[in-house]
Design a protein around this ligand. Sequence first.
Ligand code: GLN
Length: 250
Amino acid sequence: MNQAGAGSVEDGKGTVRVVQLYPRDMNIYGDWGNALVLKRRLSWHGYTPELLEYNVGDPFPDDVDIILGGGGQDSGQLVIQDDLQSRGGALKDLAEDGVPMLVICGLYQLFGKFFKTRTGAVIPGIGVLDVETHGTDERLIGNVKVSTPEFGEVLGYENHSGQTTLGSGVRPLGTTPKGMGNNSTDGHEGARYRNIVASYLHGSLLPKNPAIADFLIRTAAERKYGTFLPGHPDDHYAELAREHAARRPR
Ligand code: GLN
């Protein structure tokens, strides 16, 4: 039996490869922190984390276990659009195959059908998610609280002018008692499809929401090794961050 305490690092359960999409162009408001949380929590759970970056023009890594994508300015989305299109088929196959993914804001939009920006430019998405996004003159900014059926209360920060509507092929991540989320009208935030969690929330998201980090890790481990053997994560700082975030006004 394992006698290790909370926050102890174990190993020996195998490698989990995390690929961050376009961190050079799509990584704002601390999205990088999502990769760091996965790295640390994988170690706490006894898996060996392997963090890889994929940027425009790189060869796409093999044996991907978890995919992360961050947010970006419209200009960053324009920079990556062609490369993302060229990888769209492979990403769709991985999604359909059950690879766990977390896509935030700008890449959430581009995992959908399209993002029509405020200036009328249409940035095509890769259609993994049945959502579409329209730029507006309204910027949705501030702290957000999301009630979710799967992860309890999810906390984060949004800043976007694109507003997303969900098609029937996805379900919302949750509803927003505080903040806006997908758009300023329907009270929904994010999208869920297969093992993809898509969200507008930066902050970073995972340090304050370890339940989502553990969902990604559990799903990756079960896919790769047939089972997930949890370790001893230390949630102390996550709890402090959640208390702090929950107190913040909009
Ligand atoms: N450029 C997009 C928008 O404003 C995404 C912004 C973001 O990723 N924070 O809607």
